[in-house]
Every structure is written in structure tokens, then in C-alpha cells.
Design a protein around this ligand. Structure first.
Ligand code: HEC
Length: 131
């Protein structure tokens, strides 16, 4: 909601707020896409991220293992900047990152809603610079 408010404020001719408006717009775009795909739950996604991803990706970094981080720049460069691409990556894993989809062991497996939620959270955070 804060994003929408910032966006509305910035679009009413306060040009010095424009950078904010741009950052907010991409966050809103990420959330908007998700909405169209079926209302992802960002709070649930955040909880999942904390429980299952943060050990290796605290604050959007990729700690210990090296490799690519979760910044918007890296996601765009590597082709993971959309909801569908992210869901696919998290399902299948990559390099040293484990899979969380159908091929994961039952205790580590995400259902479709969980995949959607965590992907939406990552995209929203990446769009907001993991602040
Ligand atoms: C055991 C550590 C580990 C866990 C747990 C883990 N990852 Fe990763 N992840 C990695 C590593 C290592 C890479 C880098 C792979 C590479 O670039 O070859 C990576 C890469 C990624 C990327 C791609 C970044 C890019 O730009 O290429 C995304 C997105 C991602 N992880 C999201 C997640 C999410 C979401 C979760 C939780 C559901 C998660 N990861 C759990 C280790 C992990």
C-alpha cells in the first residue's frame, strides 16, 4: 500500500520524487503481475523466504556459496525477473541451490501457492532494492 501512496504522490507533479516513483512503479508492476496470475500472498512469501531461503540469501545476497545474488539487476541479467521464471527457478534449483518443486523431497517441497508467494516476495524485494 505504501508503494501505491508513494506512486500517487509522485505522479502529481512533484518531479523531485521521480526516482522514488520509478522504484515504486517497478515494485507495483511486480505485484500487479502477480495479482493477475492469482493473488500471491506477500506476507506468506516473506515467511517462507525467512524459513527456507534466508540461510543462503539473507537480504537478497547469496552468502557462503557465492554465485548470483537476488538483486533486480542479477535477476534481469540471468532471466529470472518475471513471476513465471522465478517459480521455475525455485522449483528446479540452480547449481548449489536446491530444488523446492516436484523433484524436492516431500519435507522440502513447496506447493504451487507457496512457489507463487515466495517468487512474488523475491520480485517485490528486488524491485525495492531489498531495503
Ligand atoms: C543452500 C543454499 C540455498 C538455499 C536454501 C536457496 N538458495 Fe537460491 N541460490 C543459491 C545459490 C548458491 C545460488 C547461485 C546459483 C548460481 O548462480 O549458479 C542461488 C541462486 C538463486 C537465484 C538466482 C539468482 C540469479 O540472479 O541468478 C534466485 C532467484 C534464488 N536463488 C532464490 C531462492 C529462493 C526464493 C530460495 C528459497 C525458496 C532459495 N533461493 C534458497 C543457494 C541457495
Amino acid at each position: 500500500m505504501a508503494y501505491f501512496v508513494a506512486c500517487l504522490l509522485a505522479s502529481t507533479s512533484h518531479s523531485r520524487l521521480l526516482p522514488v516513483a520509478r522504484a515504486s512503479a517497478s515494485a507495483v508492476a511486480a505485484i500487479g503481475l502477480v495479482g493477475a496470475a492469482g493473488a500471491a500472498d506477500l506476507a506468506a512469501g516473506e515467511l517462507l523466504f525467512t524459513q527456507k531461503c534466508a540461510a543462503c540469501h539473507a537480504g537478497g545476497a547469496t552468502t557462503s556459496f557465492g554465485g548470483n545474488n537476488l538483486s533486480l539487476k542479477a535477476l534481469e541479467r540471468n532471466g529470472y525477473a518475471t513471476q513465471a521464471e522465478l517459480v521455475s527457478l525455485v522449483s528446479n534449483g540452480k547449481g548449489l541451490m536446491p530444488a523446492f518443486g516436484a523433484s524436492a523431497p516431500p519435507f522440502a517441497r513447496f506447493d504451487a501457492a507457496q512457489l507463487d508467494n515466495v517468487a512474488a516476495y523475491v520480485l517485490a524485494q528486488a524491485a525495492a532494492g531489498w531495503k
